[in-house]
Design a protein. Sequence first.
Lengths: 278, 320
Amino acid sequence: MTEKELTKKSIEYRKNILKYIFYANAGHTGGSLSCIDILNVLYNHTMNVGPENFSSPDRDRYIQSKGHSVEALFVVLADKGFFPEADLNTLCKYKSHYIGHPTRKVKGVEQNTGALGHGLPISVGTALAGKLDNKKYRVFTLLGDGELPEGSNWEAALTAAHYKLDNLCVVIDHNKLQITGTTEEVCNTNPIDAKFESFGWAVKHVDGHNFHELKDAFDSIPFVAGKPNLLIAHTVKGKGISYMENVTKWHHGVPSEKQYEEAVAELDNAMITIPDDF
Amino acid sequence: MGTDIVIEQGKAKTNLDVFSATLQDLAEHDRDILVVTSDSRGSGKLAPFGQKYPSQHIEVGIAEQNLVGVAAGLASCGKKVFAVSPACFLTARALEQIKNDVAYSDNPVNLIGISAGVSYGALGSTHHSLHDFAVLRAINNIIIVAPADNFETGQAIKLAAKTDLPVYLRFGKKVMLPLKEINNDEFVFGKGRIITDGKDVAIIATGETVYPSLEAARKLKDQGVNATVVSMHTIKPLDTSLLAELAATCKAVVTVEEHSVNGGLGEACASYLLQHGISKPFKIIGIPDEYTVTGSQQDIFNHYGINEKGIAAVVLELLK
Ligand SMILES: Cc1ncc(C[n+]2csc(CCOP(=O)(O)OP(=O)(O)O)c2C)c(N)n1
Ligand SMILES: [Mg+2]
């Protein structure tokens, strides 16, 4: 997909994220908007996975450890044809499988997540199985930056390096915010790159909203043969909606009707002002 | 409506609000009161606490095992520690820290499980705590408390601050109406609180299920069935003398909890009764052992009959 096409897709995705959060009157808005460009590139450029090969043992895997940003995942899975988009009208309703975190009851979801700090160990196991079976698939894992203090991440980071899992790529959605405030004031994890490098990982930084940089980075996996890959994606929480950008309370804020319309107008405007040349 | 069951509307708050206000009162007079959070101060309504008493608030980030371990260390140095995190993560992720560092090592941490049971509704099973009574009941040296209304919550927090034993306290986040209009009850851990009296059936409930139990009692009264409703706020140590007394005087016993039917209040009661040769028609109302239905807390309660109608129906069936 060209960068222009990806740009259009992300605008559509953002509109849908907001639409379904608005309908459900619940959702993790800011973090879905910060990671959506990453999911867009993964599902529309990088990964070899779709409804047609989802039961194949050779498919690439995506595991979303920051499960709360489920709206981003559901919107992309619907677009990929895993299920009809209209299903998302039942988001968070009684008896719906579309709940506030990823579950395998929804086609396309690899693992049930939502409690932070689980995605990486599961991903390590999945990547390790690939190595043991001589498979070519890769495992992509999305972590939140606020999630990093969970000790399980660091335990798994050791295992990944120990087993030289260069088929594993962790992306950190580095939006610098969590529920309470900035990650720096809640629990400073900087420097993230040096920590992972010292654990034996190969690390790259990208602008997590720049399709060119994201594509290039994913195309260059493994960054270093024999080392697990970490991509630190610098993102903006609430990206695309001015009044949400970098504002802590939009972690799980639901827009009012007026705010919703304002957000849609901003995205519609972004759509008509996409430059021709990329 | 039965004249002895009058429920005052009005000033009711969430138990969470009462918790936060009570803790601020305590902290003002006691510099050893500490709150430890794991990116949970907003969910715990503790932002004002942190602003007022910054030196009495410790933040560990999203790291519940660390939260409980740090709290244990602080408690070992004489601090009166409240470790606050969603009940689901606190009692599952940090279970070994609770077992070893708090209970076994006798470090009297107050573990506060917020948004307990199915309070998180449609966020799903990762966020529900339907296992906490069960796992903690199997651990020696910890008091397990689920206050029902604002009165019980305020009392429980104050008592926890004074108690030398580890305490686990869990509550939800919805507004809880007072269980009694006029209330002179004494609040002690391990003593059930009788909300209303009746000789036909004993409904022994805990936490946010006491209120619907009271509504069921009101409905049953209209049908000529008199129920005793107990808020069994302390799951461990269980008020077995009250339980035995009620089982002796009533024709049936029903328990109600926002917890798995496995290993919670109901099974604690059943175990005591059976082992003491007391046999009465008995039923446990709770969340069954299945993939929990999805939806809001109220949807889930309604689905499993944890409401006025469902509880009353179980009672009538038992008394048939
Ligand atoms: C084990 C665990 N602890 C706490 C939570 C509650 N929680 C959900 S999202 C969140 C903040 C996450 O911050 P971050 O990882 O930075 O996510 P993002 O900014 O991308 O939304 C917290 C504390 C959780 N889901 N799991
Ligand atoms: Mg973040």
